[in-house]
Write a protein that binds this ligand. Structure first.
Ligand code: 13P
Length: 293
């Protein structure tokens, strides 16, 4: 069942759990996330970056694939198809293509420009029943070739962003995309508390979910985080499982390979299963298992 993200995240905020956003890259990724969410009876968000959208053949292809899989796999849990870190044009293109949610990332723009563009997109998205996330205080690290320094967002700026009418807010609190450096000092809970108080109970989004210690994740959910984005973690386990499979000689491209382990359906299976296990682990940690309704 494809839905926008508004209700599922408001319920998460009230229920003190978080919904996982798992970024997808291809058919295997999408199936793994959908079937695991269904198994766990968890609402779920499929994140699509601009780069991944292009890789999969365009936003229309992604929307058609997700809708068709949702139906043919008999998925009953709420599924939100969400653009991750989109620019203005991508946000509009995804709304037109049938996404149910968008993130407009104007964090690299001048603040007034970010607020103005967000406000325009709020009207455009809400007119079509699409939910919208915006960002204040850029998330550090590198994702899809875009690198930014981590910032801690100013609660007053967050308040202004919420006044544009957005449905959920990504506010930097020291989180970064990708693997955290050894000298990372952790999430800024004092900032999270101030942002939560300044933003009138709007669901808050924690980007860079990979590598944050479990106790900090649990603490962040307690302090008002209702959506947690995970991308690199699934990439890491997919890569490792595929490497192990190949290192064991199972994909050997020779006639001696009677199992035909080079068949892509076999070659990609360990990685697929590793994503399922990682998504299950995260859903349990976030507390969203059994929360589909
Ligand atoms: P990670 O790749 O660090 O898990 O971050 C994902 C993310 O925040 C997507 O927006």
């Amino acid at each position: 069942m494809l839905v926008n993200g508004t209700r599922m995240l408001q319920l998460a905020k009230r229920g003190h759990y978080a919904v996982g956003q798992f970024n997808i890259n291809n058919l295997e990724w999408t199936k793994a996330v959908l079937l695991t969410a269904e198994k766990m009876k968890a609402p779920v968000i499929l994140g699509v970056s601009m780069g991944a959208g292009k890789y999969m053949g365009g936003y229309k292809v992604v929307a058609a694939m997700v809708r068709a899989l949702d139906e043919s796999l008999g998925i009953t849990v709420p599924v939100c198809l969400h653009l991750d870190h989109g620019n203005y044009d991508a946000a509009k293109a995804c709304i037109e293509a049938g996404f149910t949610s968008i993130m407009f990332d104007g964090s690299a723009l001048d603040l007034e420009e970010n607020l103005k563009k967000t406000e325009e997109l709020v009207a455009y998205a809400h007119d079509k029943g699409v939910s919208i996330e915006a960002e204040v205080g850029s998330i550090g690290g590198t994702e899809d070739g875009i690198t930014a320094d981590g910032e801690v967002a100013d609660p007053l700026v967050c308040k202004r962003m919420v006044e544009t009418g957005i449905d959920f807010l990504a506010a930097g609190i020291g989180n970064i995309h990708g693997i955290y450096p050894a000298n990372w000092t952790g999430l800024h809970f004092d900032a999270l508390d101030a942002i939560n108080k300044a933003t009138n109970n709007i669901p808050l989004v924690l980007h860079g979910g990979t590598g944050i210690p479990d106790d900090q994740i649990v603490h962040a959910i307690k302090e008002g985080v209702s959506k947690i984005n995970v991308n690199t973690d699934c990439q890491l386990v997919f890569a490792q499982a595929t490497i192990d499979y190949c290192a064991a000689g199972k994909a050997a491209p020779t006639g001696e390979n009677k199992e035909k382990g080079y068949d892509p359906r076999k070659l990609l299976k360990p990685g697929y299963e590793a994503i399922c296990a990682k998504v299950e682990e995260k859903i349990k940690l976030f507390g969203s298992d059994g929360k589909a309704c």
